[in-house]
Write a protein that binds this ligand. Structure first.
Ligand code: FDA
Length: 393
């Protein structure tokens, strides 16, 4: 049996960050992962350029059963701390809209930073290792794996959520939590495209590829103003992905297709200037023609602006600014960027991520009930929770 101070299961963003932090404290650290490669999700993130953090990380950028939980870790390891790490390693990056930071070259740079840090900190990373069992002993834990038996004082679970099973996602972390009596909140896919009901699919499928600015509002009042993209299966794009984390099955979402104008006022002004212009031509100046022709019936679109009656204008304005959509569901874990729900944060210390009831057992990263918005917030949580734990475990 090989003995370590700390064993971390999961060589992803949170696990590697935690390993380096604990290693620098002089802890003897082993990271175990069943994958062939460390940080697989980092490698594919941000379209291969990894949106590694955001300039403005705030607690309200997170979905969590206990909204205060994230505050301590985020305050003690800020996005600026990670930016400084990236700069120390000489990795060039750039800023996109809303403070999102991406590597100039490749997401590999982020994995290299983490692996180098682990190396410098003396933390060992062992891949291709299946965890067969985990047993609690009086002083620590014993693990049986496909590559031998190990024991440790502190056990850190950093196995992520359920999104993208083909990248190696498993429910391992939830099972361990349940085994040790921790509450696990129901999980679902987050930051994920919506799918059409079969009737709507036929009507909207031809719009696939069209993108428009939008403001989307969920039933609970959360609202995001960003692009909406029509796809073969449904709708996607940043605004849709963001709102999906606040959506419950069976709820409608409200879409403002003209978020930057007042449609009623614009219609009146247009009628003053061009009373004989058809509604079709008017709307097609503001929205893609294919979308206009799908949303409104031909007879209405053929009307001249001065032929429209009040009720028609009212309905039109409502449809443009408050389009109510009942989606069938989401594309699920197959394409979701994150998993909502997970290990209940009420079971964990917000300072160290240690279980309140099982000494030496820690949960970090996405396996917990903490999900960030699109824009680098999920990695920001992986870094912050990994460091919080690494300073204690
Ligand atoms: P992560 O999933 O990274 O790591 C878990 C590790 O545990 C994996 O290495 C896995 O192999 C291992 N593991 C799982 N089960 C195991 C078992 N049974 N035994 C042993 N090992 C096991 N976020 C962001 O901030 N910016 C971005 O640009 C993106 N982009 C993005 C794109 C795509 C396509 C996805 C799917 C996700 C993103 N994300 C993102 C989200 C981000 O990738 C995610 O939140 C973090 O990777 C979570 O880090 P963790 O370390 O918690 O889990």
């Amino acid at each position: 049996m090989q003995r370590f101070d700390v064993i971390i299961i999961g060589a992803g963003a949170a696990g590697l960050m935690c390993a380096a932090t604990a290693g620098y404290r002089g802890r003897n650290v082993l990271v175990l992962d069943h994958a062939k490669q460390a940080g697989k999700k980092i490698l594919i993130s941000g379209g291969g350029r990894c949106n590694f953090t955001n300039r403005n990380v705030e607690p309200n950028n997170y979905v969590c059963g206990n909204p205060h939980f994230v505050k301590s870790a985020l305050a003690r390891y800020s996005s600026q701390d990670f930016i400084e790490l990236v700069e120390r390693h000489g990795v060039d990056y750039h800023e996109r809209d809303h403070g999102q930071l991406f590597c100039n070259d490749s997401a590999k740079d982020i994995v290299n930073i983490l692996m180098t840090e682990c190396d410098w900190a003396g933390a060992k990373v062992q891949l291709r290792t299946e965890i067969l069992s985990v047993i609690k002993k009086e002083a620590g834990f014993e693990l049986s794996t496909s590559d031998g038996d190990f024991s440790c004082e502190s056990l850190v679970i950093a196995t992520g959520g359920l999104s993208m099973p083909k990248l190696g996602a498993t429910p391992f972390g939830y099972k361990i939590a349940e085994k040790f009596g921790l509450n696990v909140l129901p999980t679902s896919a987050g930051l994920v495209p919506f799918t059409w009901h079969s009737d709507d699919k036929q009507m909207f499928e031809p719009l696939s590829g069209i993108a428009v600015p939008s403001t989307i509002t969920a039933k609970n009042g959360m609202q995001f103003s960003e692009a909406l993209l029509f796809t073969h299966r449904g709708i996607s794009g940043p605004a849709v992905l963001q709102i999906s984390s606040y959506w419950q099955p069976g709820e409608t979402i409200e879409i403002n297709l003209l978020p930057n104008m007042d449609a009623e006022q614009a219609l009146f002004q247009q009628r003053e200037k061009h009373p004989k212009q058809s509604l079709r031509n008017t709307l097609s100046q503001w929205l893609p023609k294919r979308l206009v022709e799908t949303l409104f019936n031909e007879a209405l679109l053929d009307k001249a602006l001065n032929q429209l009656i009040h009720a028609e204008v009212d309905q039109l304005v409502k449809d443009l600014h408050q389009w109510q959509l009942l989606m069938n569901g989401t594309e699920g874990y197959r394409t979701a960027e994150v998993t909502l729900g997970g290990v209940d944060t009420n079971e964990l210390s917000s300072k160290t991520m240690e279980s309140k009831n099982v000494a030496g057992l820690y949960f970090i990263g996405e396996v917990m009930d903490v999900s960030g918005w699109l824009g680098g917030f999920n990695f920001a949580w992986s870094w912050a929770s990994g460091v919080a734990c690494g300073r204690d475990c």
